[in-house]
Each structure stands twice: as structure tokens, then as C-alpha cells.
Design a protein around this ligand. Structure first.
Ligand SMILES: *Cc1c(COP(=O)(O)O)cnc(C)c1O
Ligand code: SF4
Length: 349
């Protein structure tokens, strides 16, 4: 573990402001105010994440992601409870069918940690897991819809489910002839790497289907030795890995941090996939950059790191209208910009 000496090692996941204070992550004077935040939005900081926080640094990028803040109780007029419009495309409880060829299944609604910027913060952390009958209904929907070739298993964080439950799900999906790909979206390899056991990795795979895993991480320091070992267990088992990062002010909104993060992914055999523009989730204004800032960072990345390390910068359009790439754009009217910012004539039409 990196930097264990910086903060007291915690034995258990921290969930209550009192526990955060005891671990030195918040001042005791803030407990009352943060109890109000914790009553509204779930809090959880696992021991590996607590160990990464430098509590002497008031701007620590790990603390910013996980330690609750009273600012969460203030919402802006643009923010909404369902920022990406999940509800618009719910077809059975826990199953969202927004694009023709793929569905998203919310297997569980809990996570190993709770990110303060979470786009599903109004629904995650309520403790419900999909009931057996709802899961059966979701599987029946998938079976009845021949156009669905990919099932994205999300939540919450699906990799907090037991290997047995995951194996049952993957085997059921692999039994559906038109399902070709099962994709898990998770933060567990980074925030609770000890859960990625060989048993769990084996449970994600089944004959007849290709398993992919998308890894959520936002700062290069999250990719500790233990996290990289967990990712290696997945990669060595032949599971292709892609990344997801949320662009967050004060966490990764500078070119060096983003470049280091993307390089760290590639080194861990994780192909950078998406850089998400921060969604309009309630009480998260302090995290949002402008889109112009995001585009400038993407240009800086293109200028300085390997093509393997380039994610696509995307916006999930409020209302359930889908994800779209939001630049930057290198083409003008009969002109193209190079990675260093120079302009060159080129017939574009
Ligand atoms: C993000 C998302 C997907 C997956 O989109 P990709 O572009 O394939 O990664 C699918 N369904 C829903 C509802 C989503 O929010
Ligand atoms: S791991 Fe994902 S779903 Fe869970 S709190 Fe973080 S962003 Fe939200």
C-alpha cells in the first residue's frame, strides 16, 4: 500500500461522520453538519481509500472525492435528481434500454465507496438489491429482445455482489443466444482490491459470452500497487479492461494529472475509454468544469501522450438522450489543427 504512514490505517469502512472524525478525515466540529449530509447521501470510505488520503492537505484529490461536504446540501437550478434520464428508458425494474443493441442492468444499488459527485446519488446507497423476481423479469426482457447483444451490469457497483450471484447472472446471460457481450462497470478493483479474488474473476466469465470490465478511477494515486494487482488478476484471466473517468474540478482538471492517470491505466492494461463531463447531479456544482475547459484538457492530452492513452470526452445529455462526444474538434473550414495547435489547409468538403 502506498503512503500508509500518512493517515491512520482504518480497520473497517468508514460510514458515519463520527468515524470520519475519529480517523482524522474531518474536524470534530463538522460532525453535526455532516450528519445532515450523510442522512441525505450515503457515505462510505474503505480502508484502502482512507489510507490514500493525505489529511494534512486541505485540497487532497482523494479526500475531495469521498469525504462529504456541506456544499452537497446546496443545489443549483440546473441540477436534477436523475441527471442522465435513466427513468425515461426503464423497461423492467432495474433494467434500462436506451440504445437499440444494449441494455443496462442495475444489479445492486450499493457501492463499496460513495463518490460525492455520483450521477446516481439520489438512488444509490439505499441498500436495495434487485429482487429475484425483478431479476427474472429483466432476464426475460433480454431473452425476448433479439436486438440486445450487450448487457451492461452496473448499479451501484455490481462487483460488491458475491461471486455466486455474479456467476449465476453471467451464466444466465451466456445462455441467451443473442447476448454476445457482458460488460461490468465497477470501482471495486481500485477502492476494494482485495474483493477481486480469483473466484470472483472466474465468476465473471462463461462460455458463449465475452466479458469486459470498465474500471472507474479519477486520479493516478488511486492506482496503487494493490489496485494494479487486482487489475492484473482480471487482465491475466483474459478480461479486456477499459476505463471511465469523471472530469472533476480540483481532482483531475489539469493536463499533468489527466496524462498521468491515462498513462497509469495503459500501464495497468486498461484502455482509456470515456472521460465524462461531470453530470448535473444535485449538490455537485463544486466539481463541474466548463466544457471549454474539458476540451482544452483533451487537446493537451492529444499533444502529449500516446494514442493508447486517449479517452473520448463525452456528455450524457440530460433527459435520457444519450452520450455524445463533445470534442475538441480539429477540423475547420478547409483547415485542420495539428496536435501542437498549428493550422494547416486541407480540403474538408
Ligand atoms: C452509458 C450507458 C450505456 C453505455 O453506453 P456506451 O456508450 O456503450 O458505453 C448504456 N445504457 C445506458 C442507459 C447508459 O447510461
Ligand atoms: S462507484 Fe459509481 S455508482 Fe457508486 S457512488 Fe461512485 S460514481 Fe456512484
Amino acid at each position: 500500500m502506498n503512503d500508509m504512514s500518512r493517515s491512520k490505517p482504518a480497520a473497517a469502512t468508514l460510514r458515519r461522520p463520527r468515524e470520519l472524525a475519529d480517523a482524522g478525515l474531518i474536524p470534530a466540529a463538522d460532525i453535526a453538519a455532516l450528519n445532515e449530509v450523510a442522512a441525505r447521501y450515503a457515505v462510505a470510505i474503505t480502508p484502502p481509500v482512507a489510507a490514500l488520503i493525505d489529511s494534512a492537505d486541505p485540497r487532497d484529490p482523494i479526500a475531495a472525492q469521498f469525504v462529504p461536504d456541506v456544499a452537497e446540501l446546496s443545489t443549483t437550478p440546473d441540477e436534477r435528481a436523475d441527471p442522465i434520464g435513466d427513468a425515461v428508458h426503464v423497461v423492467t425494474p432495474g433494467l434500462i434500454h436506451r440504445y437499440p443493441d444494449r441494455v443496462l442492468l442495475k444489479l445492486v444499488s450499493s457501492c463499496a465507496v460513495y463518490c460525492r459527485f455520483c450521477f446516481r446519488r439520489e438512488t444509490v446507497g439505499q441498500g436495495d438489491s434487485l429482487s429475484p423476481s425483478d431479476l427474472a423479469a429483466a432476464l426475460a426482457y433480454v431473452r425476448d429482445h433479439g436486438e440486445v447483444s450487450e448487457v451492461i451490469v452496473s448499479g451501484g457497483d455490481p462487483l460488491i455482489a458475491s461471486p455466486r450471484r455474479l456467476r449465476d447472472l453471467v451464466v444466465s446471460l451466456a445462455d441467451v443466444p443473442h447476448v454476445e457481450v457482458v460488460r461490468f462497470h465497477t470501482r471495486v478493483p481500485v477502492v476494494a482490491p482485495e474483493r477481486i479474488t480469483t473466484d470472483l474473476v472466474a465468476a465473471l466469465k462463461a462460455d458463449g459470452v465475452a466479458t469486459w470490465v470498465a474500471i472507474h478511477a479519477n486520479h493516478p494515486r488511486e492506482l496503487t500497487d494493490d489496485a494494479r494487482a487486482a487489475l492484473a488478476r482480471l487482465a491475466d484471466a483474459g478480461v479486456p479492461l477499459v476505463s471511465q473517468t469523471v472530469l472533476l474540478r480540483g481532482v483531475n482538471d489539469d493536463a499533468k494529472t489527466l496524462a498521468d492517470l491515462m498513462r497509469a491505466f495503459v500501464r495497468a492494461r486498461v484502455k482509456p475509454y470515456y472521460l465524462h463531463h461531470a453530470d448535473l447531479a444535485p449538490g455537485t456544482a463544486r466539481f463541474r468544469t466548463t466544457i471549454a475547459e474539458g476540451q482544452a484538457l483533451m487537446k493537451a492530452l492529444r499533444g502529449r501522450v500516446s494514442g493508447l492513452a486517449q479517452p473520448t470526452y463525452v456528455l450524457d445529455i440530460p433527459g435520457g438522450h444519450g452520450k455524445v462526444p463533445i470534442g475538441p474538434d480539429y477540423l475547420g473550414d478547409d483547415v485542420v489543427e495539428d496536435p501542437n495547435g498549428g493550422s494547416h489547409p486541407y480540403p474538408t468538403a
